[in-house]
Design a binder for this molecule. Structure first.
Ligand SMILES: [Zn+2]
Length: 359
């Protein structure tokens, strides 16, 4: 989509940071963003913002939001996923032991829901959503979101999943009014990720069966890579402190991932259309984040430790040998490119958000 390339090297102080752990990221963000962090934090003492995240499925939205929370703090910032809300509502509806919660939700909706379906029909739409036939009406999504935001309390927000369809774009433009954030800034956050990156992330994604963390042998290994001689295969063990005691915390493939993007093609096409539409809308500021940097110029923009690496493994003389090199892929126009670690995406996002809020 032709977004500008972010120059992280401009913010260099010559030091190397470890971007895979919160401590390393803390130093990195503070070194590269300096006083911008405090400026945004003090802005948020009396104000909020609403950022609508628009990116393709598998583009890493959840990860970026989590790292923004690391910078801004949980008391000032929250990430809301419409998908998570709908899943939670579904759980409440099908679990008979949660009837009190269902009742509360119904009371709330009686007050705020206005739509063509009855509340009962709307609940049915949520229960049957996996069949894919009935879609959940926007008139229901909006009060559910409003309710979630009231539960969280007044904070700056990143919303993932609204707009989800083309007709929801115009709703998002008036969303601040609906949640009584009228005078606070809002903006779109658009992350442009090439199809090849999404395809490979999906193909190589592994999940811890205990804590559900996603990792990858190829792009994002844990601290513990092991070798299974019987199968001549390498595998990951979870390095989450709560999982390390479990023998079964061996990462597994997520069902359906191996077939790659074919299974989510329709969603990806719609995500692309949504982003293209969002770019053309006047009046609302946009944070534009580009994933791909042509290999030929990547080292002019990114520091060595910011590159997304591609890992490979060999088993020799009873030892696992790990090698890595910057991951190379073709962007959507066929240019051989590199990309950066999630923390560098967030650095880019934060710089642009600072500009919108502070100027
Ligand atoms: Zn785990």
């Amino acid at each position: 989509m032709g977004f500008p390339i972010f120059n992280s090297k401009e913010l260099s102080n010559g030091k190397v940071y470890s971007l895979s752990n919160p401590g390393g990221r803390y130093e990195y963000f503070h070194a590269k963003l300096g006083s911008k962090i405090d400026e945004v934090k003090s802005f948020l003492e009396n104000n909020t913002f609403v950022g609508f995240m628009l990116a393709k499925k598998m583009a890493g939205k959840g990860t970026y939001a989590k790292m923004l929370e690391e910078i801004l703090g949980r008391e000032r910032f929250a990430h809301i996923s419409v998908g998570d809300i709908v899943r939670e509502v579904h759980e409440i509806l099908v679990d008979s032991s949660r009837s009190a919660e269902k009742k509360n939700m119904r009371h709330y909706l009686e007050k705020y829901y206005r739509g063509l379906m009855t509340i009962e029909e709307a609940f049915e739409a949520i229960e049957n959503r996996s069949q894919g036939k009935i879609s959940i009406p926007t008139e229901l999504i909006l009060p559910l979101l409003k309710r979630e935001i009231e539960k969280i309390g007044r904070k700056a927000l990143f919303i993932d999943g609204l707009p989800r369809n083309l007709d929801q774009v115009s709703y998002s433009l008036y969303f601040r009014d609906l949640i009584n954030y009228r005078d606070d800034p809002d903006f779109f956050v658009l992350v442009d990720t090439p199809l090849e990156v999404i395809e490979n992330r999906m193909k190589h994604r592994l999940v811890c069966p205990v804590c559900n963390t996603s990792k990858s042998l190829t792009y994002n290994p844990t601290k513990f890579v092991n070798y299974d001689a019987g199968q001549n295969k390498f595998y990951l063990l979870c390095d989450n402190v709560n999982c390390s005691g479990y023998n079964n915390a061996r990462y597994v493939e997520k069902e359906g991932d191996a077939s790659g993007v074919a299974s989510i093609k329709e969603r990806l096409d719609l995500d692309e259309k949504l982003m293209k539409m969002a770019i053309t809308i006047y009046g609302i500021p946009k944070v534009l984040v580009r994933s791909a940097v042509p290999v030929e110029i990547a080292h002019d923009y990114l520091e060595d430790y910011e590159f997304q690496q591609e890992y490979s493994y060999k088993y020799e003389d009873g030892e696992i040998k790990v090698s890595k090199k910057p991951w190379e892929f073709k962007d959507d126009s066929g240019v051989v490119s590199n990309t950066m670690l999630a923390a560098t995406y967030v650095l880019n996002m934060f710089s642009q958000i600072h500009k919108i809020l502070i100027g």
